[in-house]
Design a protein around this ligand. Sequence first.
Ligand code: AMP
Length: 691
Amino acid sequence: MAGAAPSEEALRRALAERQTAVDAQADAVRSLKASGAKEGVDAAVEALKALKIEAGAAARRLQAAVGSGGGAAREEMRQTVVNTLERKLFYIPSFKIYRGVAGLYDYGPPGCAVKSNVLAFWRQHFVLEENMLEVDCPCVTPEVVLKASGHVEKFTDLMVKDEKTGTCYRADHLLKDFCKDKLEKDLTLSPETAAEFKRVLAVLDDLSPEELGAKIKEYGIVAPDTKNPLSAPYPFNLMFQTSIGPTGLSVGYMRPETAQGIFVNFKDLYYYNGQKLPFAAAQIGQAFRNEISPRQGLLRVREFTLAEIEHFVDPEDKSHPKFVDVADLEFLMFPRELQLSGESAKLTKLAEAVSKGTVNNETLGYFIGRVYLFLTRLGIDKSRLRFRQHLPNEMAHYAADCWDAEIECSYGWIECVGIADRSAYDLKAHSEKSGVPLVAHEKFSKPREVEKLVIVPSKKDLGLAFKGNQKMVVEALEAMSEKEAMDMKAALESKGETNFQVCTLGKDVVITKKMVSIGMEKKLEHQRVFTPSVVEPSFGLGRIIYCLFEHSFYTRPSKSEEEQLNVFRFPPIVAPIKCTVFPLVKNQEFDDAAKVLAKELTAAGISHIIDTTGISIGRRYARTDEIGVPFAVTVDSATEVTIRERDSKQQVRVGIDEVASVVKELTEGQSTWTDISFKYPSHIGPQGDQE
Ligand code: AMP
């Protein structure tokens, strides 16, 4: 039985030991030569050569393990995919004839079709399944909304500047690139330094600005383009600012996410839903972020489509009635403990992650499970999909828990969907700023007796003591929490007076017993009023689609084996075009039959193209495989045709009047290719031979 592969650390150690042996032997050879000794020199040189060969082998073993060789293959694969995508107009740099703008891309015809198919499936899988309330709000958003949400103050990334040229870089990206590069390319790293770089990569999102700046300094990281020194990291707000109306006085922003449009409509949506919780609202639309250094094609852009769900739930009951439907799913989960201890993601059953409290609550767990199903049904490879929990500093302070669906592609693990329990933060923030209570009610079937804190300030005594400041003292007394009030009551009863901090006055005042009465009173309540919590799955369409492109791409040799042909194995729901129609040879009868067939496909709502170019069928197949068309219909008679499946290249014979319904069944998932190949006779004809 083969033993386990040695760890990267063992390989680094082995290389370091061999290198030390080479250095020692080289010294020995040098001193032998310097002493003028004749004897033993040849043997020492031979020993040095042998040691160098061993060190070279150890270096190659380490190189293979750390994957810089794999990196070249990844790069090559990415180039092939990206070239195909751009050549076939899946996506193209925007404004290309003017040399483009970094971070802006257009979707061309097949890309547009894939995007709209993914969105249609998203609507079916989430909006339809959960009866979500879909809305469509403007992109231009007034400042007040984004001030309340915290974006004006905090929607920032840390930036560093080239101190001489002023070129801007994202600080965390520079540190990440530095550590990755060292780990992949510097074979002389000691195991300890390699472990340190790995730890930095694991906690990168958790570093404070000061820690990030300190690491950049410690590692001597400089501007990549000029090697000039860098400034300390400082925050840069990612929102595009604009003004609303002609005066320029009303500040607005292009929305950085679609969620705020839903939060500000909560009251109306709650009434629309019959004042019942839980319910979810959804929105698909453009989001804008002025990224510091857009890169990696569709993965980091300045304008992108977001599909977001805001699921409102009672904070005291975050169970989900449909959690059982996803509880048995098992997939890669990467909780923070594993990240911090340097381990890898583990296959975990969702039910276990929720019952152990690794995932904060059932509703959050339910959406994690639904996101897993959504992505894998689209064609994302489940072995390259993991759910990573946010580290403590990475998560917003108000969030209860947060997980990212990350997909591995040639650029590494990429966050494609964020799934967060944002607690009541957003609704509370907008309630406070707008003065409109964004709350829900739970009506009790019978009134409940509750003990309520009652604070009654004596305005007369407070007025005498504080004169013009009386109002602020009264407000501060009324705003006390139950604990503060009870502590004050105890102090007043034991000492007759107490110091009390009034923030709005910026000082402490002395409160005496007669100035306020504090007590608990029994009251009958008919309902509970509360701010709902929100669980938010947020999908970046471009990232999902790009990863899907990579996961679906493969090459296979042409029939002559002279070239490699590109194929996208999109599932039928994603494929930009569902089928192609080829008359086998140019003749009127076949052309007419193809036209009738095309009409029937249109009537059945199946996107298709007719290719009458007359080039070989093999060439025509290759052309459609390259844009991922799953089925090709070759018309070689007026009554019967062949349908060919893209990946198996199998063909069946089907009556021409049945084609539209067979392709519809296949693309809508009512039948699989295996079902169809059992039902219809298989075909190995001249067109098959040409592949
Ligand atoms: P966030 O609100 O930052 O969690 O982002 C939500 C989702 O939007 C992420 O999971 C990504 O899929 C996507 N996303 C965020 N920033 C970008 C960007 N600059 N380009 C493309 N997609 C993005």
